[in-house]
Design a protein around this ligand. Structure first.
Ligand SMILES: NC(=O)c1ccc[n+]([C@@H]2O[C@H](COP(=O)([O-])OP(=O)(O)OC[C@H]3O[C@@H](n4cnc5c(N)ncnc54)[C@H](OP(=O)(O)O)[C@@H]3O)[C@@H](O)[C@H]2O)c1
Length: 262
């Protein structure tokens, strides 16, 4: 059976996972609309793969109307779209993290849903994170919760769009050696920028916690084991799940005894 080539739109392809995904799709014989905030950072992809890659400027935090008009433009580039990958991600600043990881991904997805519903097929991929599961980790509150929100949104969406032949995948990578992870503020001894964490930095009670997370990221920096060219299964997620199951076992009797006595 011959392979039916697909058209992908991928956000945040200027570096890391997104950029590698463009190459992977091209290797399969697929066509890609590579998007990025700055076109200058992805024009080389179009030059290298003129038959497979077209580029489009897209900042996922743009207002919805702007994203929608770019989506209309995108659909015309290869005369259709089969897969949308919400890869663009941010980890360093509270508001930007949510605007990019959560609302950006939702807005991009929503602009393509009418099109996918009409054609009765389409695949939406969310690049979540192991951090959305391993939330019990110092310094992971903003980023981890943004990815946890994304996981929940993707789970619900998968059920909502199933009747229209649309598939939703929730990918949760971890520890992939990319520019993003290596440029995190923690690595340079800075706390993520937000009103909240800036004030935490000034509170000496948190010195030890900040030192521990900084040391963690500095020691793992450039030693991450994940290869963005491969699929990654993370064992920490399984550890966390077993921990939750153990907790439920321990508290099972108490939980069962909280019903209204009617
Ligand atoms: N590396 C890991 O271990 C790991 C683990 C779990 C999840 N992830 C997730 O994987 C995805 C890719 O991360 P990465 O590790 O490959 O990091 P990366 O190299 O920094 O890639 C992030 C990409 O997102 C883009 N981006 C950021 N804000 C954007 C916006 N508002 N609009 C459009 N593009 C935007 C960046 O573009 P600019 O060049 O314009 O900044 C960059 O191309 C992210 O969603 C990240 O959370 C990574």
């Amino acid at each position: 059976m011959s392979y039916l080539s697909r058209v992908w739109l991928i956000t945040g392809t200027s570096s890391g996972l997104g950029r590698d995904l463009v190459r992977k799709a091209v290797d399969r014989g697929d066509r890609v609309i590579a998007t990025a905030r700055r076109l200058s950072r992805i024009e080389d992809l179009a030059a290298q793969y003129p038959n497979n890659v077209k580029v489009l400027q897209l900042d996922v935090t743009e207002p919805f109307k702007q994203i929608r008009s770019k989506a209309q433009e995108a659909v015309l580039l290869w005369n259709g779209i089969d897969v949308v990958v919400n890869n663009a991600g941010e980890a360093d600043a509270l508001m930007e993290t949510y605007k990019t990881n959560v609302f950006g991904a939702v807005n991009v997805t929503n602009t393509f849903l009418p099109y996918f519903r009409e054609q009765r097929h389409g695949t939406i991929v969310f690049i979540g994170s192991r951090s959305g599961w391993r939330t019990n980790f110092v310094g992971n509150g903003f980023y981890g919760s943004s990815k946890a929100a994304l996981h929940a949104i993707a789970d619900a969406l998968a059920e909502e769009v199933k009747p229209f032949g649309i598939k939703v995948y929730n990918i949760m990578p971890s520890g992939i050696r990319t520019q993003g992870i290596n440029n995190m503020r923690w690595v340079h001894g800075e706390t993520p920028s937000s009103q909240c964490s800036d004030s935490i930095k000034a509170i000496s009670d948190y010195d030890e916690a900040i030192q521990s997370i900084t040391t963690h990221f500095q020691s793992t920096n450039s030693h991450e084991t994940g290869d963005s060219q491969k699929v990654i299964v993370d064992l920490d997620i399984s550890k966390k799940c077993h921990g939750v199951l153990d907790l439920l076992d321990q508290w099972g009797d108490v939980a069962a005894s909280t019903d209204l006595s009617e």
